[in-house]
Design a protein around this ligand. Sequence first.
Ligand code: SF4
Length: 241
Amino acid sequence: MTEAIASLDPAAVAAAVDPGEYRRLLGMPREGPLEGLLAERADWARAWYAEHGRPYRAARRHDLTVIDDQGVTLADGTRLQGKALVHHLRRYDCHGLVGVAVTAGPEVDRACAALWAEDRPDEAYFLERFGVAVVERLIFAATLEGCQTAESARETWTPHLSPGCGDWELAQQHTLWRAIFPDRSLGPIDLLPSGGLHPKNSLLAAAGITRGTVAPSPLDACRSCRLDRCRFRRAAYRGPG
Ligand code: SF4
C-alpha cells in the first residue's frame, strides 16, 4: 500500500528549512544572515508557510525482479525504463526501490498568483522560493526517515533520482507515478500529460534499497541521523538536519 502522510505539520516543516539552503535558493550566499527588508521578506514567507502551508508526502516500496540494461521490472510488473536508473541501482547493488512523491501544497501557488496580481512581486518571489525549499526538505526528511526504518530490516536507502533530472528521462515520470499511486489514492498532486506536476513545487523521486555499501555524499542524510548503531552509516552525525 502507498504510505501517505497527509498530516505533516506545516509549522514543523517550515521551521526545519535550513536558512542557508533557503538563502541559496534565493540566489544569495549561503553564509551570513539576511538583513533589513530581505530578512523581513524571508521571515514573512516562513511564517506564511507555517500558518497556511499543506505539505504532503507519499511513498511506496517495491522489490525488483529484473534489472537489465534498459530498465527494471518491479514485483508488481511495472516496468521503469532508463539507463541512468539502471546504472544507479546496479552501482549500489539494489534489490528494491521506493517511489516518493512530495509537494509543498497548492496553497503556495495560489498565494503567489494572488501576490503577483496585487503587484507584490517581492513577497511572491520569497514565497515561491520557500516552496522550493520545502520540497527539498520533504525529500530529505523522507530519505532520512525511510532509511532509519529500513535499517531494522538490514537495508539502507541510496540517494534519490528524479525523472527529468540528470540523465533519467522525464518520460518515465508517468510510470513512476503509477508505481507510487497504483490504486489512484491521490493526494494533492496532479500529473500533467507533459510529465509536469501540479502544484508547481512538487517532486517525484525514486531511491534504491540495498544491503550494500553506499558512498557518502555532501548532503548525506547520515549527517542528520541519530541512529548510533547503524551498520550502514557513511558519514558522522553532526546535528539535526
Ligand atoms: S545512519 Fe545513515 S544509513 Fe543509517 S539509518 Fe541513518 S541515514 Fe540511514
